[in-house]
Design a protein around this ligand. Structure first.
Ligand code: NAP
Length: 293
């Protein structure tokens, strides 16, 4: 009987579109690509692109959720909209939710959280766990793609990364691995109720990360460690309001303190293989033209 229900559920899941929020972002874009490569129907949702979905405009939520049975949620940091969204999703008949969260959010003192962002994400996790439907939580640490598509990308392209990160290291995780785990959780039964903490195979210092990208691109790139005060002053000089500059410095603090050095086993548990190395990330990104000058 249980097998029959599983087969019936699998049939339903593959007929209905899978909603991917944050579909133009670092993880969502890759999740969309991988689901489509499997021939599965996908609703790629963001403020721009295929399906217009705006976290801050709840009138866009129903059209995104209509007929959907599985959802990947990439929340909007600084808001607490996941709980009402999950309630709405369940009303629409969603049966499986994969939530993008982050490593360290449940570790006391992991990061300064004056804006209450970590509290919001913890509440998002609680909302998903309490939803009554199958759920999986993806908790990645620092993305390797911060160097190619995110926070550090412009500096890397310009040849100099200036950060108040000292000799700090992190076990950077490749967004390709994050997407592979999310796709497994969206499409396979055995991930229900799992929290996957995701990291790369070992900690990499910023000096090593930048040297690895230098080698992969054949360009000279430097990492220049700054004091927090100098970093904030530089950002303010570039036109950032002081409060925003302080917030950026706060984001770097766990990196400086080595709080993301530890290695997690989520990629191995979910996929049965080791995570990609930082060198693999750098080589494949360079080969794909990821650091145009
Ligand atoms: N970067 C890291 O190292 C790291 C580490 C751990 C956890 N995280 C967490 O991962 C999440 C970010 O994931 P990501 O890096 O894959 O995304 P991302 O690259 O930052 O992209 C964000 C996505 O959200 C969409 N978006 C932005 N504002 C929106 C709005 N108002 N309504 C609907 N969609 C909106 C963007 O598309 P449009 O702009 O086109 O709407 C884009 O698709 C965050 O919650 C972050 O805290 C990040």
């Amino acid at each position: 009987m249980a097998r029959l229900i599983r087969t019936w559920l699998a049939g339903i899941m593959s007929e209905h579109p899978i909603l991917v929020t944050g579909a133009t972002g670092k993880s969502g874009r890759r999740v969309v690509g991988r689901l489509r490569a499997k021939g599965l129907p996908v609703r790629a949702a963001a403020r721009t692109g295929e399906v217009v979905f705006d976290w801050t405009d709840q009138s866009t939520w129903d059209a995104a959720l209509e007929g959907v049975r599985s959802v990947y949620i990439v929340q909007l940091d600084g808001t607490n909209l996941v709980r009402p969204f999950v309630e709405r999703a369940v009303r629409h008949g969603v049966r499986r939710i994969v939530l993008a969260s982050g490593r360290g959010i449940d570790l006391p003192g992991y990061a300064k959280d004056s804006g209450g962002i970590l509290e919001d994400i913890l509440d998002s996790e609680a909302a998903v766990r309490e939803s009554g439907v199958e759920w999986t939580i993806s908790r990645p640490g620092w993305f390797a793609q911060n160097f190619s598509e995110g926070f550090f990308a412009d500096a890397i392209r310009a040849g100099e990364l200036r950060l108040p990160a000292g000799d700090g290291a992190a076990a950077f995780v490749d967004a390709e691995d994050i997407a592979a785990v999310v796709v497994a959780a969206l499409t396979e039964d055995r991930h229900a109720g799992q929290v996957y903490e995701l990291s790369g195979p070992r900690a990499v210092t910023l000096t090593e990360a930048v040297a690895t990208i230098s080698e992969a691109t054949g360009r000279e790139i430097r990492y220049v460690p700054l004091s927090v005060e100098d970093y904030v002053a530089e950002l303010v000089q570039q036109g950032l309001p002081p409060a925003d500059a302080e917030s950026f410095a706060d984001v770097i603090e766990p990196l400086r303190e080595g709080k993301d050095e530890y290695v997690s086993d989520g990629v191995g548990r979910a996929l049965g293989r080791p995570p990609r190395t930082f060198a693999e990330f750098a080589t494949s990104t360079a080969a794909a033209g990821g650091w145009p000058t």
